[in-house]
Ligand binder design. Structure first.
Ligand code: ATP
Ligand code: MG
Length: 314
């Protein structure tokens, strides 16, 4: 596999002594969309900042397209576009000039067509002559994206790109991100919207307390950690489950009308067939059957919860 970014044993201790990253190892594949998930304060922004060279890592190495991001800073910076989490743009500059100057900073020639097409893609063309202070929060975030793309980077970091962006625009942004990927750009984004990761990411990394807990293909993650539930509605309420099917994976609702069976996604169907047979044998009549698959959100919450409770128990 061709890795475009390689993070090797990276730790970060801030000046006040706080350790925000603990021995991170992460390879980012060329052309992928990697989503980093984690609660507030987990270390997502710190990790992105160390890769992009805004924050110096305390130990370890980071290679970007083969270049060491400390020793060969200019080579690495040129390849990277960054959309920061905080809105850090001057108020009085116009949209057009903001993007134009940003491209200039990288020593690239002025390219009207490129800037026009960027603004068009991000639905900003009609605002091109507006000063930034005249834009809404979601528009400012899109200007940041245009700015980050202005020097045609091969790797784009988006730190919560759709925070504060409405649902409709968020979908537009997912489209822009997919298009960039189709053009060969590698994309790393952080997000608190799990459906965003579920929708557009190829792989998902989970960070918690400065540790990278896992990096996995989205589909593998969902099928490995996912649970399925069979929800059985009964015609008449029952007080108790028949003793033959009592198990910790089977629950009866308090009104006695619904039985929920939680099972591993990869388990075969044998358990279900015998469960249904036993319900029948015990005179319970089914009204309806439904299955539900756990979402990425449930998987994520479970992971983060497990790790903080095991830490408390240490
Ligand atoms: N300059 C700094 N000095 C000291 N500690 C810092 C500094 N910047 C961040 N931290 C701490 O490092 C930890 C990780 O912060 P970081 O901003 O990377 O989290 P995050 O995962 O991006 O969170 P969020 O989802 O809220 O954006 C936090 O505990 C934060 O307080
Ligand atoms: Mg952050």
């Amino acid at each position: 596999m061709d890795n475009i970014v390689s993070v090797q044993n990276v730790s970060k201790v801030y000046d006040n002594g706080f350790q925000a990253l603990k021995n991170i190892n992460l390879n980012i594949r060329r052309g992928e969309i990697l989503a980093l998930l984690g609660p507030n304060g987990a270390g997502k922004t710190t990790l992105i900042s160390t890769i992009t060279g805004i924050v110096n890592h305390t130990s370890g190495h980071i290679l970007v397209d083969g270049f060491d991001n400390k020793k060969q800073f200019r080579e690495t910076r040129r390849r990277i576009g960054l959309v920061p989490q905080e809105l850090t743009i001057g108020a009085f500059e116009t949209v057009w000039n903001t993007v134009r100057f940003s491209r200039g900073l990288f020593g690239k020639h002025y390219d009207v067509n490129l800037i026009t097409s960027l603004l068009e893609k991000l639905s900003l063309l009609d605002k091109k002559d507006d000063q930034l202070r005249m834009l809404s929060g979601g528009m400012k975030r899109r200007v940041l994206i245009a700015k980050a793309l202005s020097h045609e980077p091969m790797i784009l970091f988006l730190d919560e790109p759709t925070a504060g962006v409405d649902v409709e625009l968020r979908k537009d942004m997912w489209h822009v991100i997919s298009e960039l990927q189709a053009q060969g750009v590698t994309i790393i984004l952080t997000t608190h919207y799990i459906e965003e990761a579920e929708e557009i990411a190829d792989r998902i990394g989970v960070i918690n307390n400065g540790e990278l807990m896992l990096v996995e293909d989205k589909d593998v993650l969902m099928s490995q950690l996912g649970k399925k539930q069979l929800i059985i509605d009964l015609k008449g309420a029952t007080k108790e489950l028949p003793s033959s099917i009592k198990s910790r994976n089977i629950e009866l609702s308090s009104d006695g009308l619904t039985i929920t069976y939680t099972y591993d996604i990869n388990a075969d169907a044998v358990g279900i067939t015998s469960l249904l047979q036993q319900l029948k044998d015990n005179g319970l009549v089914l009204k309806d059957l439904n299955t539900k698959q756990s979402s990425l959100e449930e998987i994520f919450v479970g992971l983060v919860k497990d790790s903080s409770s095991s830490r408390k128990n240490q």
